[in-house]
Design a protein around this ligand. Sequence first.
Ligand SMILES: [Zn+2]
Length: 243
Amino acid sequence: MEKTKKRILLILISILILIIGITLYFLYPLLKMKPAETGSINNTNVFALRNGINSIFFIKSENGYIMIDAGSSANKIEASLKENDINVTDVKWILLTHSDSDHVNSLPLFSNAEIYMSEDEINLANGTIKRNLFSYNSLPVNTDEINLLYDGQELLFDNIKVECIKTPGHTDGTMIYLIDDKYLFTGDAFMVSNNKLSVHPFTMDKELAGQTITSKTRRPSSNSTHFSQRSLLVSLRKSKVIR
Ligand SMILES: [Zn+2]
C-alpha cells in the first residue's frame, strides 16, 4: 500500500515537472519580448498602445489614423483609446501584419476603417487552411471585405506612404509595412531581442521565416533607432530593407 502511494506521488511530481517545463518552454521566448508601452514613440509621429502581450500602433495623418494590427482584447483597447483621446471613428485605415487572434481581435470596434492584409494570408484568415495541427484562425469581421495586398504594393493614405513587404514564415501571408521610408512595422515576422532578429516562437514555417530574415532584412545598424518590442517598430533607413 505504502509502495503504491509512493508510486502515485512520484507520477504526480513527474507530471507537475513536465507541465512546469512545457510552460517555461513557451513562456521564456515571450518574456524576452518587450512590447512598446502606451505613449508617443520618441521623435516620431507614432503612438503605441500596449495591449497585453503586444502593442498596436497609430500614425496620424491629416484626416485620421493609420492603425497597425488590432490587438488581443477589444474591451481593453476601447478603454485605452478613450484614455488617450483617440476616437475609434478617426481610425481610417488598418494594416494587418497577419491574422493571429492577438493581432485582429478589436477589428469590430473600427467600423469606419478600411482593413488591409496580404493576399497570401486570406486562406488562413477565412479558415480555409489550419494555423497548426489543432486550430484555425478566425477573424471577427467579414473577410470578404478586407482589401488584399501584394508584395511590393505601395499605398498612399493622405500624404503618408506605405510600402507592403511580404515576409512569409510566421504565417503564410505575414506582411510588414514600411511607412514613409522610415518606420518598419513587423508584427510577428521576427522576434527581436537584444538588438537581434530571430524567428518568432509560434511560427508556422520556421525554416521559411529564417530565410525571410536573411533575404528581407539586415540587422539594424548601430545608428538606427531601434525599439525592442513584440509588435516591432524599427526605424530604419530605406536602404536597410531589401525588396
Ligand atoms: Zn502571430
